[in-house]
Design a protein around this ligand. Structure first.
Ligand code: PEP
Ligand code: MG
Length: 570
């Protein structure tokens, strides 16, 4: 039995066989061949295996993910049967007497380069299809297996170096019981998504992919951040009991689904949910969410080949607004960059992606992308209680520029005779220290703040949220962070505005008493954390928490703060 320690990223216990999601080695050497017709045959066989495989994936994707997601595999099949690509490969094998791997790679690289340089965006995107198809054929030539999470058809625990947010979005909840990765932190987006999918996860184990083989029995303990490989039957039994206890606890919390979130001295706060897609609404409603405090719209843009159209976006926003029947919905405009990539935008790689060209910075420059989203939001605004929020605002000028674009699009829509709500509140994420420090000035112009602690902590501590070696600096209870949070809340209240928090800190058991004491108005978290938080808040007295908050602001270390919270809430 082997044991790994990592970061508890998503609550719960999962016990199942391991499925390694590890990219195979596709390296090869260029070789001369004598029997060129045998080599052509080998190439054709790899082609037909790839074709059969793609057809199966396409059918499966149609059922699991819908026709539009399956269309990508249709495009791959088209590339595969294109004689313009195949004929030159076979000719190359014949004329240069090289192995099929080299002929394939050289020819494909030439086409990829050609497509990437084209003016037309649609044609440029075809380069990605050729790249994917080439990988598949190459895998068959080399006799190695490509991994494909959407093809999993038995209960498994995924083991990977890392999972991108779009990998995570494709995981099938029915079969993927848990996952563990080598890298990542509690606020990396795969961890955040695991929480909303209610998949237990342990990230940042450093060596999971080295230690775990396909088929090993694995326990993922997302409560403690532990992974057990090939555990003894006794340990499995022990964990089944822990799991039963956890389920019983959840059943207790579930009784609060229709209860208000009030402290024991009757102070009401809003408990709302973070969502990534309209599909997450079900979880919000089942968990008694009082609205949505953060709709991360970037997931609409991911796992596809091109930007979503205005109408597609409109439908998603409308679905969320209607689904919540008048409850508040805070939609955050596109926050791409950092660990959320859009390969089809072809943005240059950056040295420091979290400090780079992302979120509002990108939107203010790529205005067409931004305007399309704003129009879709404005059109959807009449279907519910919409609030719009801009991410990564660092200066008042950025806020004003974004607001001006929103106003321009609104005027255009009205001139076209479209209806737009007059009551859309406009706010910003406070996730950059400069904005927290200048909150008193921002508060004069915005309708609300939502504190994004995932980023605010990484920028305040100068510690990359994806890097587990500096994850000890993710210190939400540090007096430095709490002082920033206080500045923001106080600044908003002085102007009669409200402050929410949509970073992971808002759902954290130790932070909640402090945030209540600091006067936070709205707590936005993974839907699955809502009932537990409600139960906790109902047992806290706001006036006591105010005193506690006041005390900890003058403490020196995180450890002292934790101790004070534990003593005050026992
Ligand atoms: C945050 O930074 O706290 C936040 C909620 O945004 P994201 O995690 O998407 O960066
Ligand atoms: Mg952020």
């Amino acid at each position: 039995m082997t044991f790994l320690h990592g970061i508890a990223a998503s609550n719960g216990i999962a016990i199942a066989k391991a499925y390694r999601l590890v990219e195979p080695d596709l390296s090869f050497e260029q070789k001369q061949v004598d029997d060129t017709s045998a080599e052509v045959d080998r190439f054709r066989q790899a082609m037909s295996k790839s074709k059969a495989e793609l057809e199966a994936i396409r059918e499966r994707a149609k059922v699991d993910l819908g026709a539009d997601k399956a269309a990508i595999f249709e495009a791959h099949l088209l590339v595969l049967s294109d004689p313009e690509l195949n004929a030159p490969i076979e000719e190359k094998i014949q004329s240069d007497k090289v192995n099929a791997e080299s002929a394939l790679k050289e020819t494909a690289d030439m086409f990829i380069m050609m497509f990437e340089q084209m003016e037309n965006e649609y044609m440029r995107e075809r380069a990605a299809d050729i790249r994917d198809v080439t990988k598949r054929i190459l895998a068959h030539l080399l006799g190695v297996q490509l991994v494909n999470p959407s093809m999993i058809a038995e209960e498994v625990i995924i083991v990977a170096e890392d999972l991108t947010p779009s990998d995570t979005a494709q995981l099938n909840r029915q079969f993927v019981l848990g996952f563990t990765t080598n890298i990542g932190g509690r606020t990396s987006h795969s961890a955040i998504m695991a929480r909303s999918l209610e998949i237990p996860a342990v990230v940042g184990t450093k060596t999971a992919t080295e230690e775990i083989n396909n088929g090993d029995l694995v326990i993922v303990d997302g409560l403690k951040g532990e992974v057990h490989i090939n555990p003894t039957p006794e340990l499995v039994e022990q964990y089944r009991k822990v799991n039963e206890g956890y389920e019983a606890q959840k059943a207790e919390w579930a009784k609060l689904v229709n209860e208000p979130t009030v402290s024991s001295d009757n102070h009401h706060v809003e408990l709302v949910a973070n969502i990534g897609t309209p599909k997450d609404l079900k979880g919000v409603i089942e968990n008694g969410g009082e609205g949505v405090g953060l709709y991360r719209t970037e997931f609409l843009y991911m796992g596809r080949e091109q930007l979503p159209t205005e109408d597609e976006q409109f439908e998603s926003y409308k679905a969320v607004l209607e689904g919540l029947t008048g409850k508040p919905v805070v939609v955050r405009t596109l926050d791409i960059g950092g660990d959320k990539e859009l390969p089809y935008l072809d943005l240059p790689k950056e040295m420091n992606p979290f400090l780079g060209f992302r979120a509002i910075r990108l939107c203010l420059e790529e205005q067409e992308i931004f305007r399309t989203q704003l129009r879709a939001l404005l059109r959807a605004s009449i279907y519910g209680n919409l609030k719009i929020m801009f991410p990564m605002i660092a200066t008042l000028d950025e806020f004003r520029a974004a607001k001006a674009l929103l106003e321009e699009e609104k005027q255009k829509l009205l001139a076209e005779g479209q209806k737009v709500s007059d009551e859309i509140e406009l706010g910003i994420m406070v996730e950059i220290p400069s904005t927290a420090i200048l909150a008193d000035q921002f508060a004069k112009e915005v309708d609300f703040f939502s504190i994004g602690t995932n980023d605010l902590i990484q920028y305040t501590m100068a510690a990359d949220r994806m890097n587990q070696r500096v994850s000890y600096l993710y210190q939400p209870y540090s007096p430095s962070i709490l002082r920033l949070v206080k500045m923001v809340i106080d600044a908003s209240h002085a102007e009669g505005k409200w402050t929410g928090m949509c970073g992971e800190m808002a759902g954290d058991e130790t932070a909640i008493p402090l945030l209540l004491g600091l006067g936070l108005d709205e707590f936005s978290m993974s839907a699955t954390s809502i009932l537990k938080a409600r139960s906790q808040i109902r047992n806290l007295k706001k006036s006591d928490m105010e005193k506690l908050a006041q005390e900890v602001l003058n403490m020196q270390t995180t450890a002292q703060v934790i101790e004070a919270v534990n003593a005050a809430t026992k």
